[in-house]
Design a binder for this molecule. Structure first.
Ligand code: LAC
Length: 230
């Protein structure tokens, strides 16, 4: 942890709240919003894993759309084309978690380059980050589009190392998705797991180096680390 020269963040669920789409789901399907958004997210992740195993890459928007279609069919809800488009668009305008903007600013002004490494397509990462006004905080927005496979495939984690031109031991990888944190740790990054909901970690033979309850706690931790080194 003492050698950290850059921070690389996961996007969905780590910096941005994917369940902010629940409100929109609720307006389309009253009483079912949370159920739809939870299953939609789970299916979206499953489809990225399955596509990777099948060696049949599609971009994240397509996986997201397919997951919504499946979810509505499973729950026996009619999905009109206009609703499909409305809900999928919501994924391009996710809200950051409340503590994120100030915590990112604090970390960036302390001199550490910040980047995002996400399963999102170039377009979706760019749209989410710019619609929340946080673009200036990041030195790099890195998409799996460049390798056409999804996390936790090692070639995705390698993208950050290459882009930042740093050794993996110098990059702190930050994710609230425990499976992603395990994948990054297996690749060789020091890892911070953002555990907002007091969940248990995955049983994948890896453990995070640091566990925090929010990005603001990570910013404080890094500040303390820098102060103790100076
Ligand atoms: C991402 C997903 C894994 O942003 O949350 O890559």
């Amino acid at each position: 942890m003492n050698e950290i020269k850059a921070l690389v963040f996961d996007l969905y669920g780590t910096l941005y709240d994917v369940h902010s789409v629940a409100a929109r789901c609720e307006t389309c399907y009253p009483g079912r919003g949370r159920e739809i958004s939870a299953m939609w997210r789970q299916k979206q992740i499953e489809y990225t894993w399955l596509r990777s195993l099948m060696n049949d890459y599609c971009d994240f928007e397509k996986a997201t759309e397919d997951a919504l279609v499946y979810t509505c069919r499973y729950l026996k809800l009619e999905l009109e084309a206009s609703t499909q488009q409305l809900l999928c668009n919501e994924y391009l305008q996710l809200a950051p978690f409340p503590e994120v903007p100030a915590a990112l600013r604090r970390m960036r002004t302390s001199g550490l380059p910040l980047a995002i490494l996400s399963n999102g397509s170039r377009r979706s990462i760019h749209e989410v980050v710019s619609s929340s006004g946080l673009e200036a905080e990041f030195a790099h927005l890195i998409s799996v589009d460049d390798v056409r496979v999804f996390k936790p495939h090692p070639s995705v984690y390698q993208l950050a190392e290459r882009t930042l031109r740093l050794a993996r031991a110098q990059i702190l990888f930050v994710s609230s998705n425990a499976w992603d944190a395990a994948g990054a740790r297996h690749y060789g990054y020091p890892v911070c797991w953002v555990n907002r909901a007091s969940n248990c970690f995955e049983e994948l033979g890896q453990q995070p180096d640091l566990v925090v309850d929010g990005i603001d706690t990570l910013a404080r931790h890094l500040n303390d680390l820098q102060t103790s080194q100076s």
